[in-house]
Design a protein. Structure first.
Ligand code: NAD
Ligand code: UDP
Length: 314
């Protein structure tokens, strides 16, 4: 089948492209390269079933020919990235989603939206089931991302109801792995690059806030299964093993063998104190279970930064 991936030059989009090409699909990635990079796709250039177009999806989605699925991943995704680009982030969630789902409607294609655990905001319910409507500050700095994705979910549901578009929503929880951009400011990249450079690990707040970290290969298996299914979702995709940020710092220091100290910095506004997915629905609907634990995933990610991203550590 032919799959269009918006945001295909990013961390998740490029891994999804690899997985789809590997099983025989054709892939057309569309990306404006704001937070993604061509280096993530270098190895695919020249592949007979791969195509790349540099384009901003908020302006339209110029894709010719038949399309069987559209995976909409285009959006700034790390907090520093979307805080730096508030209006672009809202546009990616709103206009970008409209263009992507319109393409799916016109071609009779399946549409899969990459939503986020952030739609739960600062959750009052723990762990988070898909039935939970969330607790989001609509005018706080993070709202451009949270509300942009909530709008994207609403638009997806409305297209399914109004036009019968075959839609699926996945809510992705913190995912990490090779090809994360060294400067993206996410906690796993910050801690690994800081540990490898011998710089202090920057823990925001007292480090007691929690996240549940999913390794990229597990996540991409879930995304692929969602593309193949007729499941509307929303489905949480994430690893339910929950760690405090202080624990994560300890694990990364141990695996890298780094002697870096920990430096405590203020907690950013509206930073969710706890986050952990319930993944029963994804297990039932897709037969999906994450398989790679945090230590193993961090080992693989550290190895990648060591070998491939050496330059970014200098
Ligand atoms: P990323 O920043 O590596 O990838 C996003 C890609 O979208 C980048 O290549 C960027 O250049 C592109 N992009 C942004 N705005 C665009 C626009 N207007 N037009 C075309 N391309 C545009 O981030 P990622 O981690 O790979 O995230 C991919 C998707 O998954 C995002 O939608 C994100 O919200 C979602 N998600 C990711 C995580 C995670 O932990 N990685 C968690 C929840 C949701
Ligand atoms: N964080 C941290 N140090 C850093 C970067 C992030 O302590 O250098 C914290 C951040 O405050 C949050 C958690 O780690 O509580 C996860 O942050 P990230 O930006 O990776 O993703 P989020 O889940 O906030 O979207």
């Amino acid at each position: 089948m032919r799959v269009v991936i918006t945001g295909g030059a990013g961390f998740l989009g490029s891994h999804l492209a690899d997985a789809l090409l590997h099983r025989g699909d054709s892939v057309h990635c569309v990306d404006n390269l704001t937070t993604g990079r061509l280096a993530n796709l270098d190895h695919l250039m020249g592949h007979p079933r791969f195509r790349f177009t540099e384009h901003d999806v908020t302006l339209g989605l110029p894709v010719a020919g038949p399309v069987e699925a559209v995976a909409h991943l285009a959006s700034p995704a790390s907090p520093p990235d979307y805080l730096l680009r508030p209006l672009e982030t809202l546009a990616a969630g709103s206009r970008g989603t409209e263009h992507a789902i319109e393409l799916a409607r016109r071609r009779g294609a399946r549409f899969v939206l990459a939503s986020t655990s952030e739609i739960y905001g600062s959750p009052e319910l723990h762990p988070q089931p898909e039935e939970y409507w969330g607790h989001v500050n609509p005018i706080g700095p993070r709202s451009v991302y949270d509300e942009g994705k909530r709008f994207a979910e609403a638009m997806t549901a409305a297209y399914a109801r109004s036009y019968g578009v075959d839609c699926g929503i996945v809510r992705i929880f913190n995912t990490y792995g090779p090809r994360m951009s060294a400067g993206d400011g996410r906690v796993v990249t910050n801690f690994i690059t800081q540990a490898l450079r011998g710089e202090p690990l920057t823990v925001y707040g007292d480090g007691s806030q929690t996240r549940s970290f999913c390794y990229v290969d597990d996540l991409v298996r879930g995304l692929t299964a969602m593309i193949d299914s007729a499941e509307p979702g929303p489905l949480n995709l994430g690893n339910p093993a929950e760690f405090s940020i202080a624990e994560l710092a300890g694990i990364i220091l141990r695996i890298t063998g780094s002697a870096s100290p920990v430096r405590y910095l203020p907690l950013p506004q509206d930073d969710p104190p706890r986050r952990r997915p319930m993944v029963k629905r994804a297990a039932e609907a897709l037969g999906w279970h994450p398989g790679i634990g945090l230590e193993e995933g961090v080992r693989r990610t550290v190895a990648w930064f060591h070998t491939v991203e050496r330059g970014a550590l200098l």
